[in-house]
Design a protein around this ligand. Structure first.
Ligand code: APR
Length: 312
């Protein structure tokens, strides 16, 4: 008997709700929105609201809200948004202790109830959270990945398109490294349909875009008082779809490194191929000595974060 895919979303807040809506609109599968017991009704309410949108739009899938991990049984994909978002003035790192505790309970639930799922982590600080998720679930690296590079690259694409006055559809950007202030926007791989942006924009403009990209999340936190959710949800959906439809897309994602780029036992943003087997390949690209030095600095920052997490 044919069965619909099942997507579990842990955390029914801003990103979780947007994700459930995207799953439903694209009829990717049935969806479970899971939150804390005290937020279970909130999750149920969101699920109902989405199902009722389905009556208007005509999408065939079921969305439920719950706090019971038994409901995520058999999920093909689990997307983790549980955690506290940033407030103005906070860095992603400030969230470490509180979100680490949360990720540990989530990992336990996922390990027990969705042992064969492809897991995408969004909670911040991302690189430490996804590392903890892999450690606690014991899942292979192919099935635990962090969403950051897709989002940071999208932000950069938007900034470049604005500066150039061209369609964002034609702009490609690549942002590697940790999902924090040390992220590495790699200008040599940023193009407008193959034309390097370095040929199209002056140095000062590019420098300003690189800087704005690294602070892209903080810019929104400052404006809204909480972190972004539309683009983060779309970023995670892009990764989930690549897996569910075996698209074999090359995307910048936080992947577990075992020697690639010279780093070991670390999650960090690198280009990967996502297809039906999950993270099918970590792609090693050529970097200039300056870019590699920046990536080293970022890896160091991630390493410190992971070490700090292991002490908590
Ligand atoms: N299990 C399940 N859900 C939890 C848990 C838990 N142990 N702890 C917290 N949550 C839920 C909260 O109740 C809330 O509904 O996670 C949800 C988070 O939603 P928001 O506060 O709206 O945060 P959001 O903007 O969605 O961001 C979530 O993603 O980008 C990161 O920095 C961001 O870490 C944050 C996460």
């Amino acid at each position: 008997m044919a069965q619909r895919k099942k997507i579990a979303i842990i955390g029914a807040g801003n990103i979780g709700g947007e994700l459930a809506m995207l799953v439903a609109r694209r009829e990717l599968g049935d969806c479970v929105l899971l939150d804390l017991p005290e937020r279970a009704d909130f999750a149920r309410g969101k699920a109902l609201d989405i199902m009722q949108t389905g009556a208007l739009k005509g999408f065939d899938c079921r969305v439920i809200g719950t706090s019971d991990y038994a409901e995520i049984e058999g999920s093909d994909v689990v997307i983790v948004t549980a955690g506290v978002p940033r407030k103005p003035g906070m860095s992603r790192e400030d969230l470490l202790a509180v979100n680490l505790k949360i990720i540990r309970t989530v990992a336990e639930g996922v390990r027990t109830h969705a042992p064969s799922a492809f897991v995408i982590v969004i909670s911040n600080p991302l690189d430490a959270m996804v590392y903890e998720m892999k450690k606690r679930t014991g899942f292979p690296r192919e099935r635990v990945v962090g969403m950051a590079g897709v989002l940071d690259s999208a932000r950069m694409q938007f900034f470049l398109a604005e500066a150039l006055g061209v369609s964002v559809k034609d702009v490609r950007a690549l942002v590697l490294g940790g999902h924090g202030d040390t992220m590495v926007p790699v200008l040599s791989y940023c193009t407008v349909n193959g034309v390097p942006v370095r040929q199209l924009l002056p140095r000062e403009t590019l420098d300003a875009i690189v800087k704005r990209t690294a602070g892209g999340g903080g810019e929104i936190v400052k404006l809204m008082g909480t972190s972004a959710y539309y683009a983060p949800a779309e970023g995670a959906m892009t990764m989930a779809e690549a897996y569910l439809r075996d698209e074999k897309r090359l995307l910048a994602c936080a992947a577990y490194l075992q020697g690639e780029y010279g780093y070991h036992d670390l999650y960090m943003g690198v280009p990967v191929i996502i297809g039906g087997k999950g993270v099918e390949r970590v792609v090693e690209i050529e970097l200039t000595p300056e870019e590699k030095a920046l990536l080293d600095r970022s890896a160091e920052a991630v390493r410190n974060l992971i070490n700090e997490a292991s002490r908590l």
